[in-house]
Design a protein around this ligand. Structure first.
Ligand code: NAD
Length: 255
C-alpha cells in the first residue's frame, strides 16, 4: 500500500510550478488530488494526464464560496485529509512604489487565501479523524529583500498563522506546518525568460550554488502530508539550498 493511499488532498495553485510538482508527488505516493487554480487550461490538462487520481476545479483562493465548492468537490473524491496552501503571487516594488491597492491585492491572495483555506477544511479534517495542512511560505517569511515589503509581509503572516492554527487544531490530530522554499526555477522565478544555467548564477554564494527545482520542495511537502510526519506541527521546513544559513564570503578562507 502506498504511503498516501486513501487520502484526498487539495493543492491550490496546483496547475504549474511547485504546485504541479506537489500534485505529481502526492499522486505518485497514492493520494487523490484536487487541483485548484485560476489557470484553467494547464490545470485541466494536468488532471487529465493523471487520470482517476486527480481532478481540476477553477478556484480563486480569495473567495470563500470557492473554498466551499472546493471542499465539497474534494469530499466527493474521498477522505479529505490534506490541504496544501500553495497559491500565491509575487510583486517586486519598493515600499514607496507600492500602492495601498497593490498591498491589499497581495494580502488577499497570499494571506487571506491561506486563512480561508484553513477555515474551510477544518470541520472536514476533524470529521475525518485528522489531517495535515501545509502552508507554503518562503525564505522571505524568515528574512526578506529590498522590493519585497508586501510579499514578505504575507509570507511572514503565513508562518505566524501556521503556528496559531497548529496550536488550535492539534487536539483534533490536525497538523499545520509551513514550507519555506528558496529560489526555485518556476514561472514566479522568471523561467520563461532565462535558462536554468542563467538562474544558477543568482546563487553563486549559496551553500548549494544553484537554483532549486520544484520537485525538491514538493518532496518536503509530500513528506509532511503523510503519517511519517505525525509528530511535526507548527514548524518551519526549509528547502532553500542553505540560503537561510548565510552566504559564502569570498574574502574568508574556504575549503
Ligand atoms: N519560485 C520561487 O522562487 C519561490 C520561492 C519561495 C516561495 N515560493 C512560493 O511557492 C509557491 C508556489 O510558487 P511557484 O514558484 O510555483 O509560482 P507559480 O507562479 O509558478 O505558481 C503559482 C500558482 O498559483 C496560482 N494562483 C495565483 N493566484 C491565485 C488565486 N487567486 N487563486 C488560485 N490560484 C492562484 C497561479 O495561477 C499559479 O498556478 C508560492 O506560494 C510562492 O510564493 C516560490
Amino acid at each position: 500500500m502506498s504511503r498516501l493511499s486513501g487520502k484526498v488532498a487539495i493543492v491550490t495553485g496546483g496547475a504549474r510550478g511547485m504546485g504541479e510538482a506537489t500534485v505529481r508527488g502526492l499522486v505518485r505516493d497514492g493520494a487523490r488530488v484536487l487541483i485548484a487554480d485560476v489557470l484553467d487550461e494547464p490545470g485541466a490538462a494536468l488532471a487529465q494526464t493523471l487520470g482517476d487520481s486527480a481532478e481540476f476545479i477553477h478556484m480563486d483562493v480569495t473567495q470563500k464560496s470557492a473554498w466551499d465548492n472546493a471542499v465539497a468537490a474534494a469530499r466527493d473524491m474521498g477522505n479529505l485529509q490534506v490541504l496544501v496552501n500553495n497559491a500565491a503571487i509575487v510583486m517586486q516594488k519598493t515600499i514607496m512604489e507600492t500602492t495601498e491597492e497593490d498591498f491589499m491585492n497581495i494580502v488577499r491572495i497570499n494571506q487571506l487565501g491561506v486563512f480561508l483555506g484553513m477555515q474551510a477544511v477544518f470541520e472536514t479534517l476533524k470529521e475525518n479523524g485528522g489531517g495535515s495542512i501545509i502552508n507554503v511560505s518562503s525564505i522571505d517569511g524568515l528574512q526578506s529583500k529590498n522590493s519585497l515589503t508586501a510579499y514578505s509581509a504575507t509570507k511572514w503572516a503565513v508562518r505566524g498563522m501556521t503556528k496559531a492554527a497548529a496550536l488550535e487544531m492539534g487536539k483534533y490530530r490536525i497538523r499545520v506546518n509551513s514550507v519555506h522554499p528558496g529560489g526555485i526555477f518556476t514561472a514566479m522565478h522568471g523561467n520563461e525568460f532565462m535558462t536554468q544555467e542563467q538562474a544558477d548564477n543568482f546563487y553563486t554564494h549559496h551553500a548549494l550554488p544553484r537554483v532549486g527545482l520544484p520537485e525538491e520542495v514538493a518532496a518536503v511537502t509530500v513528506f509532511l502530508a503523510g503519517d511519517e510526519a505525525s509528530y511535526s506541527t507548527g514548524s518551519e521546513f526549509i528547502a532553500d539550498g542553505g540560503w537561510h544559513a548565510g552566504l559564502v564570503e569570498d574574502a574568508l578562507p574556504q575549503l
